[in-house]
Design a protein around this ligand. Structure first.
Ligand SMILES: Cc1ncc(COP(=O)(O)O)c(C=O)c1O
Length: 398
């Protein structure tokens, strides 16, 4: 069986050195296909500079502008900026369930979706992943409802909305609150509608690598006026007037420098999301020509924002592990990432809440890999990706 060094020694003809991640035009590492594109444009920098020059650093006009525009683009009535996506989850969770409540959560997600349930005093009830979409398995979720279940927190993982109709139907049947974690899914749609108003609340992250990246930053959207008011109060010490505090809250505010960067990046987010979708279609086409590596299926009716392009390696068709496969792709100039290397019930911090085997999530931890995905992939990049997959799959063919 070849190891990764065999691939490094025989680069494909198309291997041209280009950066792993472009940061404001500055290469940070030399590999042929950038895995992602991060960094600010001159317009983003100028937008932030204007705020710096104004001296108005607190949450002010730029945060308000980001909220108004994001709400409109996500088809939600209210959008509330906050410090990051983890704060967004806390702001949404606190009014929607109580300590001791059971909350249905995905076994396959980023930790914050679940750890913030624990931070609220809730009891996370892990649900396995759907083997096709890799999203929360709603049939499994339905089996786990008890008299103490009051909410479901579902992640729109990799940028792809979960089956929202099925989630809402489950919630209606059992009187559950619904929080969608859309940290990775800005501008995704479900049945041609923005995802911002489905369920009780939707949360987002603007972390440095997200589709809309401000460094740190977050948002909550909702159509519920009373909930929006509660979230605004929680965000800023329950303050209704200067030094008048109606309730106990936090300081989870976004500052206006971050708001300005967010507004500037929002100018091109639709265009970049379309480009991600076009790139995903190209990658789908490439994978359709091979046996052994298949893309995660998109939920019927959903349009993914493709924060990540995730594929599953069929270990029955190759004589290597997923990590060896990724090492070989890297040697061929195609960087990959693993989201995620372990299911949440296997995280030491959450293991005490595990009650089951979660066979799909456990299998995914050994088989998923994410291929390069961003708005600036070129024909040359796709050629490198296709050649690399062809070479590595045929070398490791079982
Ligand atoms: C699904 C998901 N939820 C929540 C978060 C937390 O967001 P933040 O890092 O902005 O706190 C992330 C960030 O990676 C995420 O991917």
């Amino acid at each position: 069986m070849p190891d990764a060094s065999a691939f490094a020694a025989t680069p494909t003809k198309t291997s041209v050195r280009t950066p792993l991640a472009v940061q404001g035009g500055t290469p940070v590492s030399a590999t042929p296909v950038p895995f992602m594109v991060v960094g600010l444009s001159d317009a983003d920098i100028e937008s932030a500079m204007k705020v710096l020059r104004s001296g108005m650093l607190r949450s002010a006009a730029k945060c308000a502008e980001l909220e108004a525009r994001f709400a409109e683009m996500s088809h939600a009535k209210h959008a509330m900026t906050c410090a990051n996506g983890t704060c967004a989850l806390q702001l949404a969770y606190e009014p929607l369930f109580r300590p001791g409540d059971e909350v249905l959560v995905p076994a396959w997600s980023y930790i914050a979706t679940v750890s913030m349930v624990v931070a609220r005093g809730g009891i996370p009830v892990f649900c396995d992943a759907d083997p096709r979409t890799l999203q929360i398995d709603l049939a499994d979720a339905a089996r786990r409802v008890t008299g103490r279940t009051t909410a479901i927190a579902a992640t729109h993982l990799y940028g792809c909305p979960v089956d929202i109709d099925a989630t809402q139907a489950l919630a209606r049947r059992h009187g559950l609150r619904v929080i969608y974690d859309a940290a990775q899914a800005h501008l995704a749609t479900y049945k041609a509608k923005g995802i911002g108003a489905f369920g009780d609340a939707v949360t987002y992250s603007f972390y440095a690598t997200k589709n809309l990246a401000t460094g740190e930053g977050g948002m909550v959207t909702t159509n519920d006026d009373a909930l929006a008011r509660q979230i605004k109060l929680l965000r800023s010490h329950g303050e209704t007037d200067k030094y008048l505090h109606e309730s106990v809250g936090y300081n989870y505010r976004m500052n206006d420098i971050t708001g300005a960067i967010g507004c500037s990046r929002l100018d091109r987010l639709s265009r970049e999301t379309d480009a991600r979708r076009a790139a995903a279609a190209r990658l789908d086409g490439i994978l359709s020509r091979f046996d052994g590596l298949a893309p995660a299926a998109i939920t019927p009716g959903a349009s993914s924002a493709y924060h990540l392009y995730t594929a599953v390696l069929d270990l029955g068709k190759v004589r290597c592990t997923r990590d060896q496969f990724c090492d070989a792709l890297k040697a061929e100039g195609v960087p990959t990432a693993v989201h995620y290397p372990r299911p949440l019930p296997d995280q030491p911090a959450l293991a005490s809440f595990a009650t089951d085997d979660y066979p799909v999530a456990r299998r995914l931890a050994k088989t998923v890999l994410c291929l390069p995905m961003h708005h600036a992939l070129t024909d040359a990049h796709f050629a490198i990706i296709e050649a690399a997959i062809a070479k590595v799959l045929s070398a490791y063919r079982a």
